[in-house]
Design a protein around this ligand. Structure first.
Ligand code: MG
Length: 392
C-alpha cells in the first residue's frame, strides 16, 4: 500500500492579488513560502510515500525555490489546467505511474494542516472510498438576493469541507476521467466529483487551524501570527521594577487596584499602589523609557490621590506605541500582612484589564519577609515586578 499526496498549487490567487506580488501559494508566511509549509506537512508525515505538486507554467522559479527544502521527496511537478478540476486530473494521471493505492488531494492554500488530521483521513480510507475532513457550520446561514435576505437555511447537517481529501486512487482517477468525458467542469472540490461518481465519502474531523488562506487579510494575519510565535522578527525583552511604600494609619491598602481591608494604609502621593508602581517601572524598563518618577513626578499635583492604574495604562500604551506586545507580567508582593491570597485573582483580573491581557498572562505571588528587617517589623510593603515584552 502506498499513499500519495497531490498538492494543487496552480491557481493565480487573484483574490489576494492586491497584496501579493506573487501568487498567494508562494507568499512567505513567517519567512517560509505557503507552499513549502503545505509540502512539509506531507513530507514530514511518516505514512506519505509520494508527493506531487501541480503548478502553473509561469511559476517555475517560484516553485523551485519553494520546493527546494524537500526536493528529494518530490516527484517532478505537473502543469495545471484552466480549472482546478483539470489540474487535479493532470496530477492524478501523472501519479498513476507510481500506482499508489490512496491519494490525499490538498489545496496549497491550507498550509496549517497537521499530522493528526492527515492520520484521520488515511484511517478513514480503510472503510470508505473517500474521506472528507470537515467542521460543522456554526454560523447561521442566509440566502440573499440583491442585498436582501430571502431565506434562513437550516444549518443542521451542514459541514464545511476542508482538504486534504483522501481517496482510493483508482476510484478517484476513474471519477475524474468520467467527469472530464462528460464535460462537467464546475465541481468545486474532489469530494464533489467522487459524490457524483457514486463513491462513499466518509466524514472525519477537520481542524480550525487548517483554514484556507484566501484574502490579503488572511495572509497578513497568518504572517503576523507566525512571526509572533517565532519571535523571528522581534526581540524578547525582560525588565524588572521594584517599589516600597511605608504604612500609615488607615483602614485599607490598595494593591493592583484592589482595596484590601487592613489596620493601616500605605502612604504615598498617589493611591500608593506599590504593586502597580513596580509593574509600571518594569514596563518602562522594557522600552528603556525612564521610570515612573520621571513620567509622574510626585511634585506634580495632578497625580495626588490618583489611581495607579492610570500610570500602568500609560506605561502599557508606551510599550504598544513601540510596537511591543506584552507577553507576561509577574508581580511579587513582600509583606507580613495583609494576606494576599484571597485577593489574588481579583488583582490579576484588574492588571489584565488595564493592560488588555488575558488573566493567564498575569501572575501575582506573595511572600512574607520571615519577620526580618523593616518589612518583618510591619513598617511597609515592597513589590517586585517583571515584564516580558516582544518588541519588533
Ligand atoms: Mg511608588
Amino acid at each position: 500500500m502506498t499513499v500519495a499526496a497531490l498538492i494543487v498549487a496552480a491557481g493565480r490567487g487573484t483574490r489576494a492579488a492586491g497584496e501579493a506580488a506573487v501568487p498567494k501559494q508562494y507568499w512567505p508566511l513567517g519567512g517560509v513560502a505557503m507552499l513549502t509549509r503545505s509540502i512539509s506537512a506531507f513530507a514530514e508525515h511518516g505514512c506519505v510515500d509520494e508527493i506531487l505538486v501541480v503548478v502553473h507554467g509561469d511559476d517555475a522559479k517560484l516553485y523551485q525555490a519553494a520546493a527546494a527544502p524537500y526536493a528529494t521527496r518530490l516527484r517532478a511537478p505537473v502543469l495545471g489546467g484552466a480549472m482546478r478540476q483539470d489540474s487535479v486530473r493532470a496530477g492524478l494521471e501523472a501519479l498513476s505511474a507510481a500506482r499508489p493505492t490512496k491519494v490525499l488531494i490538498h489545496d496549497a492554500a491550507r498550509p496549517f494542516v497537521d499530522a493528526a488530521l492527515i492520520d484521520r483521513v488515511i484511517f478513514c480510507l480503510a472503510t470508505h472510498d473517500a474521506a472528507l475532513p470537515s467542521l460543522p457550520v456554526t454560523d447561521t446561514i442566509k440566502r440573499a438576493n440583491d442585498g436582501h435576505v430571502t431565506e434562513t437555511l437550516k444549518r443542521d447537517g451542514l459541514w464545511r469541507a476542508q482538504t486534504p481529501q483522501g481517496f482510493k486512487f483508482d476510484a478517484i482517477l476513474a471519477a475524474h476521467r468520467k467527469a472530464a468525458e462528460a464535460g462537467l467542469t464546475d465541481f468545486t472540490d474532489d469530494s464533489a466529483v467522487a459524490e457524483w461518481f457514486g463513491l462513499d465519502v466518509g466524514l472525519v474531523e477537520g481542524s480550525e487551524a487548517n483554514r484556507k488562506l484566501t484574502s490579503a487579510e488572511d495572509l497578513r494575519s497568518a504572517d503576523d501570527g507566525l512571526r509572533l510565535r517565532q519571535g523571528g522578527s522581534g526581540t524578547m525583552r525582560v525588565a524588572s521594577g521594584y517599589d516600597v511604600h511605608a504604612f500609615a494609619s488607615g483602614d485599607a491598602v490598595i494593591l493592583c487596584g484592589v482595596r484590601i481591608p487592613h489596620e493601616k494604609k500605605l502612604s504615598g502621593h498617589s493611591d500608593a499602589d506599590v504593586a502597580l508602581h513596580a509593574l509600571t517601572d518594569a514596563l518602562l524598563g522594557v522600552i528603556a523609557d525612564g521610570d515612573i518618577g520621571a513620567h509622574f513626578p510626585p511634585s506634580d499635583e495632578r497625580w495626588r490621590g490618583q489611581a495607579s492604574s492610570l500610570f500602568l495604562k500609560e506605561a502599557g500604551s508606551r510599550v504598544k506605541a513601540r510596537g511591543g506586545k506584552i507577553v507576561h507580567a509577574d508581580i511579587t508582593l513582600i509583606c507580613e500582612a495583609p494576606r494576599i491570597g484571597p485577593y489574588r485573582d481579583a488583582m490579576r483580573a484588574n492588571v489584565a484589564d488595564v493592560l488588555g491581557l488575558e488573566i493567564s498572562q498575569v501572575s501575582i505571588k506573595a511572600t512574607t519577609n520571615e519577620g526580618l528587617g523593616f518589612i518583618g517589623r510591619g513598617e511597609g510593603i515592597a513589590a517586585m515586578a517583571t515584564a516580558t515584552v516582544l518588541l519588533p
